[in-house]
Design a protein around this ligand. Structure first.
Ligand code: HEC
Length: 144
């Protein structure tokens, strides 16, 4: 009888460990329940990219409003646009295979606008107007 309960206790604690282990990697398990090409966005990933977007846009606006001379102006504008491009591209995914279809569907619109702003800034004479308006592209997902 003693042996039996010791055995039962041991298996219970083993089971507890398994459950605890599973909880700490809950996000991994959630990801595993989707096909391999499925993009599972964690909320904190989206939020952290969004805050980086906001930071970068504000730096871009600051440069554009400064009296920075060329070619320093161009260099900084390009660097901020490329940072936005990197952030947006990292977040990109197939809308058919994501837990956030709205995000996946609208992100390419922002990416196109960034590309357009980059091309315009490279033109001669330089055209920074699309770069100056890039924050309007946040409205693809942020109404108001
Ligand atoms: C493709 C869609 C999309 C675009 C474009 C987009 N966002 Fe977001 N943004 C989201 C989503 C999704 C959230 C998460 C909140 C939610 O689910 O409503 C969010 C949230 C945020 C937040 C709040 C984060 C928090 O901690 O509450 C900020 C700030 C933000 N976005 C800034 C921006 C800026 C700046 C831009 C323009 C460069 C931008 N977003 C463009 C989809 C987008």
């Amino acid at each position: 009888m003693k042996n039996l309960s010791t055995y039962a206790l041991r298996s219970i604690s083993y089971f507890t460990l398994l459950v605890l282990g599973a909880c700490t990697s809950a996000s991994k398990i959630r990801q595993l329940t989707y096909p391999p090409d499925f993009r599972y966005y964690e909320q904190k990933e989206v939020y952290s990219t969004m805050w980086d977007f906001a930071k970068t846009i504000s730096r871009l606006d600051q440069v554009l409003q400064s009296n920075e001379a060329e070619p320093a102006m161009f260099k900084q504008v390009t660097s901020h646009l490329e940072q936005l491009q990197r952030l947006a591209t990292q977040l990109k995914s197939d809308p058919q295979a994501s837990n956030h279809p709205m995000l996946s569907r609208n992100l390419p619109l922002l990416i196109n606008d960034i590309e357009h702003a980059k091309n315009a800034s490279q033109s001669s004479p330089r055209n920074y107007i699309p770069a100056n308006r890039i924050s309007a592209s946040c409205r693809y997902c942020h109404i108001k």
